[in-house]
Structures are given as structure tokens and as C-alpha cells.
Design a protein around this ligand. Structure first.
Ligand SMILES: C[S@@+](CC[C@H](N)C(=O)[O-])C[C@H]1O[C@@H](n2cnc3c(N)ncnc32)[C@H](O)[C@@H]1O
Length: 216
């Protein structure tokens, strides 16, 4: 889902730094072979995350929701050689590793298999950027766990927070739609937190950028 006029979005992508040709090939492969290929963050969000990682001089990144490995690779391409990205998913596609290897960035990418709620607490160390892009029902839990792992100047980025605009609907309208309700509750929780600096960007399906006001 995108809220931007498709022509404006294409122009924005054209003017922006693009992921590598291998990452683009992974995107093409995913769109051709996966029914749920719309889950990919796509080149504009990839470019945006890349800029953020470079501005933060991020060394360690955590991602919830690997899917075919596109966003993990797009982020790895914007880390220094000693950078690392830990990415969690329930499954891993058989072709993902092949694209990561071909890219030359595979040694930065650490794939963890299992439910994020189990895997995340076991990961050691802190992270400069946490990208939350897994099942929406657990967004609030993921955020609280991510906060505990965030480095002092770290940023948490949460994807799909406009959820195709369904967040504008009333709770009654969404009573049988647990994903939409979960995204709505998550956004409200963040909005109420006065200790956080947050910006909801209407890029693609909505991206929340969140950091602490006080470093700890
Ligand atoms: C939106 S996709 C991720 C897209 C990916 N970040 C990209 O843009 O290339 C969401 C992923 O979350 C995974 N997922 C769903 N529930 C999960 C859970 N409980 N723990 C870990 N991963 C989960 C799904 O298997 C799916 O691959």
C-alpha cells in the first residue's frame, strides 16, 4: 500500500539512492515468486533506511520480519564492513542466502529462525536501529522488548503503521480485524509516551520513527 501518487513515488525512487543490483534482483525474484510480495519495503523505504543508518553511523541493527531478505540486504549495504544486522523470522526462503552471498554483504547478516518474542530476548548486546516489520498483533510487545535493547542514541523504526488507512476506522468497524486494531493500539500507545520523540511518516504504508528524548 502506498499513499503517494504512483507517478510521484516513481519519480522519488528515480531521484533517490537505489539498493544494489543484487538487491534489486532479489526484489524482482520476490515479486515473481511470492504471493505476498507486497510485504517488501521497496526501494524508497530501503533508501530511507539506508540514509538513517548512515546518519546514525549504525553498527548493530535488529530486524523483526526477514521475509525474503530484501530489507535486511538493503540495510546491510549501508553498514560498514564491521557492521551487523540480526534478522528474525519464523521461516527462511531457500533462495535468500544465495542473494545475500552474491551481494558480498552476507557476513554482516545474521539470520535467526523462530518466533520473534522468543528469539529477541536471547540476543546479546544493544542495537542502534531496530526495524519492526513482523506480525502486527505483537507490535506493542515487540516495541517494549526493542526498547530494552536500544543503544543510547538508537532509533526504532516501525513499518505499516497506517495499515492501508484502516487506522482511521473506529474500533467498532474494526472489531473483527485484529491486525488493524493492533496497529491502532500501538500508534495510540506511542502517541501517549511523552518520553519519546516520534514522527509518523506517510511513506509507503506509514513508517514510525521513534527515539528516546533522554539518552539512557
Ligand atoms: C512484512 S514481512 C517482512 C518484510 C521484510 N522486512 C522486507 O521488507 O523485505 C513480515 C514477516 O514477518 C514474519 N513473521 C510473522 N510473524 C512472526 C513472528 N511471530 N516471529 C517472527 N517473524 C514473524 C513473516 O513470516 C514475514 O516474513
Amino acid at each position: 500500500m502506498s499513499f503517494i501518487d504512483p507517478k510521484i513515488e516513481s519519480y522519488s525512487i528515480e531521484m533517490s539512492t537505489r539498493p544494489s543490483s543484487v538487491c534489486e534482483a532479489l526484489e524482482v525474484h520476490t515479486r515473481k515468486n511470492e504471493e505476498m510480495s507486497q510485504m517488501l519495503i521497496g526501494p524508497l523505504e530501503a533508501s530511507f533506511l539506508g540514509l538513517l543508518l548512515r546518519s546514525l553511523r549504525a553498527k548493530r541493527v535488529l530486524e523483526l520480519g526477514t521475509f525474503t531478505g530484501y530489507s535486511a540486504l538493503a540495510m546491510a549495504e549501508n553498514l560498514e564492513e564491521d557492521g551487523e544486522i540480526h534478522t528474525i523470522d519464523l521461516h527462511k526462503k531457500d533462495y535468500t542466502e544465495r542473494f545475500w552471498l552474491e551481494s558480498g554483504h552476507s557476513k554482516k547478516i545474521h539470520s535467526h529462525l523462530g518466533p520473534a518474542l522468543d528469539v529477541l530476548p536471547k540476543l546479546a548486546g544493544t542495537f542502534d536501529l531496530v526495524f519492526i516489520d513482523a506480525d502486527k498483533e505483537n507490535y506493542i510487545k515487540y516495541f517494549h522488548l526493542a526498547e530494552q535493547k536500544l543503544s543510547p542514541h538508537g532509533v526504532i523504526v516501525v513499518d505499516n503503521v497506517l495499515w492501508s488507512g484502516k487506522v482511521l476506522k473506529s474500533d467498532v468497524e474494526l472489531q473483527d480485524d485484529s491486525s488493524s486494531l493492533a496497529v491502532k493500539r500501538f500508534n495510540e500507545m506511542i502517541q501517549k509516551r511523552t518520553d519519546l520523540h516520534k514522527t509518523l511518516l506517510p511513506i509507503r504504508d506509514g513508517i514510525f520513527l521513534i527515539s528516546r528524548k533522554v539518552n539512557k
